[in-house]
Design a binder for this molecule. Structure first.
Ligand code: UDP
Ligand code: MG
Length: 315
């Protein structure tokens, strides 16, 4: 059996060597043949230099360096496309996905599972981050057609046919948690304890997380559009009821002019709702726009097979 480990790296010069050592140590007792596929996602530190060094020393190391930072989704896709294993594990470079779990994942793969998900608990996370995630998953699972689990991230093993299934989904906007759930196959999850990042720092900011949440909501269905329709319907019904009341009371009690507050509140309220709904529609149109351009997900500038310049000469 052949195992590929795919590692997206963005400014991880502090981690790649350590990760490689940890993966090698964790898999040395296994009979599986190992290949480690690093993807340098346009790092501007010494990540690429470190990868060249690793690949020169160890023939089981492959790498692809992207022409700029395309984001983790694109980097993972690049890695999956290069991975040749019967099973592929995707893991972060910062050792937050402990390599010592690899043997366990392979064991489960050999029992016939196509997706083995390592689910992290949120011990050690900041309170608000945890709260935000919980709320997000509760909301998303109500709105989205596929089920997403909190803590079930990108640390997972995929069988060859699961990888091929993911690769057969051509969409430009990739929300891989949703893609993995969408493809199905025999799936098993097990829990592990969250570990602190080793070296470097997290690339997630609050803004990025918020956008990620929106992506999750919008990538998998048109239910937000449905919600907009229902909101519009509810408001119309309320407005008609109120109008009837106003007309009837004017007829019964004579002409009656006050109502400044009502007018201002309804103008601002309706304006806000309309803008939000326009925004939702705009998001879907924007997605269509990007999908129709059919641009590649990433561009590669170098792999271990194409290194020509002397290592360390250029970034
Ligand atoms: N990553 C990437 N491209 C990006 C951002 C992140 O390839 O644009 C990689 C990063 O190098 C790491 C993994 O994705 O291996 C997870 O990133 P990070 O540790 O910053 O996220 P967190 O663990 O905080 O969720
Ligand atoms: Mg991390």
């Amino acid at each position: 059996m052949r195992l590929s480990v795919v590692v997206p790296c963005f400014n991880e010069e502090a981690s790649v060597e350590r990760l490689h050592a940890a993966v090698t140590a964790a898999t040395s007792a296994l009979t599986a043949e190992i290949e480690v596929v690093f993807v340098d996602d346009g790092s501007d530190d010494g990540t690429l230099v470190a990868l060249r060094g690793l690949a020169a020393r160890d023939a089981t190391v492959k790498y692809t360096s992207l022409s700029r930072n395309f984001g983790k989704e694109a980097a993972m896709l690049a890695g999956l496309e290069r991975a040749s294993g019967d099973a592929v594990v995707i893991m972060d470079a910062d050792l937050q996905h402990p390599p010592h779990l690899l043997p366990r994942m392979i064991e489960l793969f050999e029992q016939g599972y196509d997706q083995v998900i390592a689910v992290r608990d949120r011990r050690g996370d900041r309170f608000f981050r945890t709260l935000a995630s919980r709320t997000f998953y509760r909301m998303v699972n109500r709105l989205v057609d596929v089920q997403l689990t909190d803590g079930a991230g990108d640390f997972r093993l995929l069988s060859r046919r699961a990888v091929d299934a993911v690769l057969s989904l051509p969409e430009y906007n990739r929300f891989s948690k949703g893609l993995y759930s969408w493809i199905g196959f025999n799936t098993i999850a097990f829990a592990y304890t969250n570990e602190a990042r080793q070296g470097g720092q997290s690339k997630w900011t609050v803004g990025k997380l918020f956008n990620y949440a929106l992506d999750g909501l919008l990538s998998f269905n048109n239910r937000p559009l449905r919600l907009a329709i229902y909101a519009g319907l509810t408001l119309t019904v309320l407005a008609v009821a109120y109008m009837t009341w106003v007309v009837v009371s004017a007829l019964v009690r004579g002409i009656d002019m006050p109502g400044y507050t009502t007018i201002i509140v309804s103008v601002i309220g309706l304006g806000g709702i309309q803008m939000m709904i326009l925004g939702i529609i705009g998001e879907y149109i924007g997605r269509l726009y990007y999908e129709t351009k059919r641009r590649p997900h990433y561009l590669a500038k170098e792999t271990e097979a194409t290194t020509v310049r002397p290592p360390s000469a250029r970034r």
